[in-house]
Unconditional design. Sequence first.
Length: 165
Amino acid sequence: MAVTTISLRPMTTGDIDAILGLEQAIFSHPWTEGILRDELAGRRRTYLVAEEGGEIVGYGGVMIVAEDAHITNLAVARAARGRGVATRLFLDLAEGALDDGAEHLTLEVRFSNLDARRLYSRFGFAPVGIRKAYYVDEDALIMWVTDAAGSDYRARLAAIREGLQ
């Protein structure tokens, strides 16, 4: 049996069609081509794709505003779940945001998305509130890491990375 590996790289506009396919397969209200293009062109935004065997199996993004890094999206193809793809994407996004001067991390997640909430909790995110009807059909849980610039948080990220080895 052939062993394939997951590789991460920066997203380009050439990836948009594949990302649109992921969005439509995963989300009830997928991002549009226009949103993806705007995000890729936006200031202080980083988007990464995860590839396996030449196919995009996931992507994620972060936007930095002042000292806050907002995880804008994280998506992994259903067939690629459970293999650390989301963890690897999230690690690279968080570390990159901290390297770029972020001191805090934040995101919104569907209240019903327990798998994502577990992942974010593992990364030290704590719930701080709810955004009503954020996803049109569902509320979002707002989560933050307020001490991300400290050495303790870097140690947490290093431990998570070590666990992937």
